[in-house]
Ligand binder design. Structure first.
Ligand code: SF4
Length: 443
């Protein structure tokens, strides 16, 4: 382990910090909140290529691939900033602090509760020979920390909810993030208004189990949606992901008529086999899922629907994977997000004996990726010739700029600086050269 004596003095501000975030949008929002606190204290962001005094790595632990990527990131940042104080936090740090403390270069490991105390910790930090681990039981936490981040000042990610009480048998997130909790509707509205004042044109409502919003304040997600929708600002909202059992018909109908909520849904299916859904302890069956998709499509025919699915979980026998493929083929959806199962310590799924070999997990992932590409192509091609509102983003490459329509079609046009962060009605044309977006049709 590293001896950090004589390398840093944390009693003074003006130190250069670099941040590295892995995993979900919630992590990005939280890194942003921690960053804001530190910058307000006088720390500065290290510029690209500049050696930092402090490296903060916010980790993810959703699969063993995620753990591996975190270890790689720690090693890489330690090589790039050999004298920096290396602070590791996030889900991996909450779940396996001792494992992280053994990695060369790590100085401080902070659990999920402790990461928000980083500013105070740095003020009092004394040089140490050994790794400092600050970690507590997240299951007892009732505190909700509001956070908001942006990618290119066009799309903001607003953390509206944290934690989860569902305990699906393959998932470690409840152990890493604790119980379901949230700020009140009024407080969340205030954070959203702040983001709008900072220039947000689109806000993605993010959470671990977003639809569970309201549990700790006696409110519900629909209350939040209605409160946010009551705005005079030019703002678009998307819901990052919502459990099918929490996606009510009332909410779908509301989105259909809403000015601000976009016709875009992201719904975790995880498996198209009822037997596997039971093994996963999910709270719905395939019949409920189909009904939700039909309801969306009957109410908002052009809605984009993204669906999460996990392949290769324990107990997913060949015929059950076939059921999943068959079921997904029957759904009128736009895209799949395919995750390959990996065994996670401390989960109930490990009690299931039937194991899918890694090679077969990969094959199943390939099958569903192909199916997803077909679904996306079909969805995009049904949209050509239609007029949709695009929010142009601050990214451009090769003289082209991109944006997303209200129903989440990626579009491209010649770069025009004036149009960044503006919403424009366009007619959707053909595929662009590399088949990743639709061109805007020139009238
Ligand atoms: S709903 Fe299930 S999969 Fe999602 S975070 Fe909660 S326990 Fe994990």
């Amino acid at each position: 382990m590293k001896d950090i004596a004589n390398t840093v003095n944390f009693e003074h501000s003006g130190k250069k910090i670099t941040f590295h975030t892995l995993g979900c949008k919630l992590n990005f929002a939280e890194t942003s909140a921690i960053g804001k606190q530190l910058l307000a204290e006088g720390y500065v962001k290290a510029r690209a290529g500049e050696e930092a005094d402090i490296c903060i790595i916010n980790t993810c632990s959703v699969t063993d691939v995620a753990d591996h990527k975190c270890r790689q990131a720690i090693n890489r940042l330690h090589r790039q900033h050999p004298d920096a104080l290396m602070v590791i936090t996030g889900c991996y740090a909450q779940l396996k602090p001792a494992e992280i403390a053994k990695i060369e270069g790590v100085d401080v490991v902070l659990g999920a509760n402790e990461k928000f105390g980083l500013t105070e910790l740095l003020k009092k930090y004394e040089k140490q020979q050994s790794v400092l681990i600050k970690h507590s039981n997240i299951r007892e936490t009732e505190t909700f920390r509001p956070s908001c981040s942006y990618d290119d000042r066009t799309r903001f990610f607003l953390k509206v909810q944290d934690g989860c009480d569902y305990f699906c048998t393959y998932c470690t997130i409840p152990m890493a993030r604790g119980r379901s909790r949230n700020a009140s509707v009024a407080q969340t509205l205030q954070t959203a208004k702040q983001a709008i004042a900072e220039g947000a044109k689109e806000i993605v409502l993010s959470g671990v189990n977003t639809g569970d919003f309201g549990k700790s304040t006696g409110e519900n997600f629909f209350d939040l949606v209605k409160a946010l929708d009551d705005s005079d600002a030019e703002i678009r909202f998307r819901v990052s992901s919502i459990e099918p059992n929490l996606l009510t018909d009332e909410l779908i109908e509301y989105v259909a008529a809403s000015r601000h909520f976009m016709p875009h849904f992201h719904i975790p299916l995880q498996s198209g086999s009822n037997e596997v859904l039971k093994l996963m302890k999910r709270r719905y069956d395939t019949a409920l899922f189909s009904r939700k998709i039909e309801k969306i499509k009957n109410t908002i025919p052009d809605a984009f629907i993204g669906v999460d699915v996990i392949v290769g979980v324990r107990g997913e026998k060949a015929e059950l994977f076939e059921e999943t493929t068959h079921f997904i083929k029957s759904l009128d959806i736009s895209q799949l997000h395919v995750f390959t199962y990996s065994e996670r310590m401390g989960t109930k799924m490990l009690d299931v004996d039937f194991v899918v070999p890694p090679k077969e997990r990969k094959r199943r992932s390939d099958v569903l990726h192909t199916l997803s590409a077909e679904k996306t192509t079909r969805f995009y091609e049904r949209q050509t010739g239609k007029t949709r509102n695009v929010l142009w983003e601050n990214r451009h490459k090769g003289g082209k700029m991109t944006g997303f329509t209200d129903n989440y079609i990626r579009v491209v046009q010649d770069f025009n600086k004036e149009q960044i962060n503006t919403i424009q009605a366009v007619v959707l044309g053909d595929w662009n050269e590399d088949g990743t977006a639709l061109n805007v049709k020139v009238q």
